[in-house]
Ligand binder design. Structure first.
Ligand code: MG
Length: 367
């Protein structure tokens, strides 16, 4: 089987809540997502998606996905999409770095491998654990009262894990964490995600002020060294996200015992192949994971579901259902949340089919 064409479509994904806000005043109102299509000489096609969290979250931006695919695609024509490790080596040889550019192509090739073998991707990634898996809800940064109200609403809908966007003014963040912790019940989990937003003195004050609260602290500061410093003076379970941007950092963080939970974002690592490698290493090392992506719609959500559902349950701290945050559906067959939980499709591959009316004409088309 040979790749004969790689195309990319641009889709706007507005948010049900109108906007998504996090540390440092960063916010997005409409996500710019790229749907990737890989065609083969057998007539089989596969799909992937890459959606950066705006241009100011990770070193990734939406137009960069399309520019990168335009650069990379000619090198991949004629390659067998089912040979994922080989294909990833080819992508790394043709374009150094830029893992997010490669993520949608890798995802589409996993879709093809699944369809070609009649297996859902979760089976190919190691097997399905349980009937479904647990989701978290990200709570956009607002006043403590507004965030408390949102947590109450999403708790009514079945969510039991809440990731608060903090990383703002320390006093307000302490109030956010305390007010919302008071609302939660037994078995609920609270994560305070500063998204690199605190300086060390601010992070140190917040973790000291909430030392009696059952809360996870996620990526308090910008650099790995700063986070490690806070980790060593913090009693709560600790999550690293932005700092763990590849296998080397994952291994280093484990050697330093820098995190109890690591956040595996598919496009941050460069696709399902590398995210699954990170996942398998975490399982071997005894590190729990949040499994998700930077953002996305139906196709990213389907890919998250396959990676999360093939993760041993005790290692899956939580996962995300981005397609329930956005107002536009780009594919049929994508998993849908139910009671704060989700399951990967049983159909072969990702188990989705694009809604062509939502995609329009391709922005990149290499054949
Ligand atoms: Mg995070």
């Amino acid at each position: 089987m040979k790749i004969t064409r790689i195309a990319a479509y641009q889709v706007d994904l507005p948010l049900h809540e109108g906007s998504y806000k996090w540390s440092g005043g960063k916010s997005v109102e409409v996500f710019d997502s790229t749907i990737v299509r890989v065609d083969t000489d057998t007539g089989l096609s596969g799909y992937g998606e890459v959606c950066p969290l705006g241009p100011f979250y990770l070193p990734a931006y939406a137009a960069g996905v399309r520019a990168g695919i335009r650069e990379l695609a000619p090198h991949l024509l004629g390659s067998d999409p089912r040979q994922l490790a080989r294909l990833n080596r080819q992508m790394d040889a043709a374009l150094k770095g830029h893992p997010y550019v490669k993520s949608g192509i890798d995802m589409a090739c996993w879709d093809i491998l699944g369809i070609a073998t009649g297996q859902p991707i979760c089976a190919l990634l190691g097997g399905r654990y349980g009937d479904d898996f647990v989701l978290y809800r990200a709570i956009s940064q607002e006043s403590p009262e507004a965030m408390t109200q949102k947590v109450a609403e999403y708790r009514e809908q079945g969510y039991r894990r809440f990731q608060l966007k903090v990383g703002g003014d320390p006093e307000t963040d302490i109030e956010r964490i305390r007010q919302i912790a008071d609302l939660l019940g037994a078995g609920d989990k609270l994560i305070a995600d500063a998204n690199t937003g605190w300086l060390m003195h601010e992070a140190a004050r917040v973790v000291a002020a909430v030392a009696d609260v059952d809360v996870y602290i996620e990526q308090p500061c910008n650099s790995y060294a700063e986070c490690l410093s806070i980790r060593r003076r913090c009693s709560q379970p600790f999550v690293l996200d932005e700092s763990v941007d590849g296998i080397a950092m994952l291994l280093r963080s484990h050697a330093d015992q820098a995190a109890d939970v690591v956040n595996i974002k598919i496009s941050k690592l460069g696709g399902l192949t590398k995210a699954a490698l990170a996942r398998d290493l975490c399982v071997e090392m005894g590190v729990a994971m949040t499994i998700e992506d930077s953002w996305g719609g139906d196709i990213v959500t389907a890919a998250i579901a396959h990676l999360a559902h093939s993760t041993p349950t005790e290692f899956l701290f939580t996962a995300t259902d981005f397609n329930s945050y956005v107002t536009v559906s780009t594919a049929v067959g994508a998993p849908q949340r139910a009671n704060g939980r989700m399951a990967a499709a049983n159909a072969p591959g990702l188990g989705i089919a694009p809604r062509w009316d939502a995609l329009g004409e391709p922005q990149v088309d290499v054949s």
